[in-house]
Design a protein around this ligand. Structure first.
Ligand SMILES: [Zn+2]
Ligand SMILES: [Zn+2]
Length: 258
C-alpha cells in the first residue's frame, strides 16, 4: 500500500512549518513540499519533492510500497546525472545504476530511491561538462578529475538522512557496493540493518567492465583509450564478475575513502 491521500495530507501539514537544528555541520534541514503518484515502467511509485534550507537543489524520493514505520526498507542514494540518467551517455554508468536500482526496488515489497540533485559530484552541470571538454581536448585525466571535483559526501548523506527521517522509515537496507557508506548514514542516526549489493546485469554497454582489466586512478577509470568518469559514489558490480573481482572493488572503495 502506498501513502493514502489522508496520510499525504498529514505529512504535508507536518512538514509545512518543520524546522529543526539540522543534520551535519551545515545544519541541513529538509521539508517535504509535495507528494504525487508516479506510475513508472519500474512499477508503482510515489514521488516526494523536498525543499532544503541550504540551496535551491530540489531533491526527490521515489517511493515504492508502504514505507511508513517499515523495517529493512531497501534504499538507494543516487546522484543526478543529466547526461547519463536522461540521455544515456556512455561516459559514465549512471543510467545502469539508476535503472537497476529502480528495477530491484520495483520488484520488492517496498523501497526508496533518493535522487540527489547534485550533478557532477556537486560541482554542477557546467563544471562537469568542462571536465568532459578538457578530456576531449587531450587534458590528462588528473586535470579533468580536478575539474570534476569530488563528491561532497557529507552533504549528500546529511540531506539523505533527513529525507529518510522525514519519510518516517523505521530502518533500511542500503543498496550499495561500498560497505563504508553504511557508517556515514548511521552517523546521522539512520538505522541500517544490512547492505544489498547493487549487481548490474551485463549488457553491450557495460561488458567492458568484464573484459577489460579496469584500472582505477582516483575516481577515474581508464579503459584503453576510453576514459569514464565515476560519477556515482560506488563502483558498479556487473553480474558475472568473479568473487575475487567483487572483493577487490569493495576493498578499493574502502581504501579510497579511508
Ligand atoms: Zn529539519
Ligand atoms: Zn553519469
Amino acid at each position: 500500500m502506498a501513502l493514502t491521500q489522508l496520510q499525504i495530507k498529514e505529512i504535508l501539514d507536518e512538514n509545512k512549518d518543520h524546522e529543526c537544528e539540522g543534520y551535519g555541520p551545515d545544519h541541513i534541514c529538509v521539508r517535504i513540499a509535495s507528494i504525487a503518484d508516479l506510475p513508472s515502467r519500474f512499477g508503482q511509485f510515489q514521488v516526494v519533492a523536498f525543499w532544503n534550507n541550504r540551496d535551491k537543489k530540489e531533491h526527490a524520493a521515489f517511493v515504492h510500497g508502504d514505507i511508513t514505520g517499515a523495517e529493512n526498507v531497501p534504499v538507494r542514494v543516487h546522484s543526478e546525472c543529466l547526461t547519463g540518467d536522461a540521455i544515456g551517455s556512455l561516459r559514465c554508468d549512471c543510467r545502469d545504476q539508476l535503472e537497476t536500482s529502480l528495477q530491484i526496488i520495483g520488484q520488492k515489497e517496498n523501497g526508496i530511491l533518493l535522487y540527489m540533485r547534485q550533478e557532477g559530484r556537486g560541482i554542477g552541470f557546467i563544471n562537469k561538462i568542462r571536465a568532459y571538454g578538457l578530456q576531449d581536448h587531450g587534458y590528462d585525466t588528473v586535470e579533468a578529475n580536478l575539474a570534476l571535483g569530488f563528491r561532497d559526501d557529507e552533504r549528500e548523506y546529511s540531506s539523505a538522512a533527513h529525507m529518510l527521517d522525514s519519510l518516517k522509515v523505521g530502518s533500511i537496507q542500503l543498496m550499495t557496493n561500498n560497505p563504508k557508506k553504511i557508517n556515514e548514514l548511521k552517523a546521522y542516526g539512520i538505522k541500517i540493518n544490512g547492505r544489498l549489493p547493487l549487481i548490474i546485469p551485463p549488457n553491450k554497454y557495460n561488458e567492458f567492465y568484464l573484459k577489460t582489466k579496469a584500472r582505477k586512478s582516483g575516481h577515474l577509470m581508464t579503459f584503453g583509450s576510453e576514459t569514464r568518469m565515476m560519477e556515482q559514489n560506488d563502483r558498479p558490480i556487473i553480474d558475472g564478475m568473479t568473487d575475487e573481482k567483487i572483493d577487490a572493488i569493495q576493498q578499493e572503495e574502502e581504501q579510497h575513502d579511508g
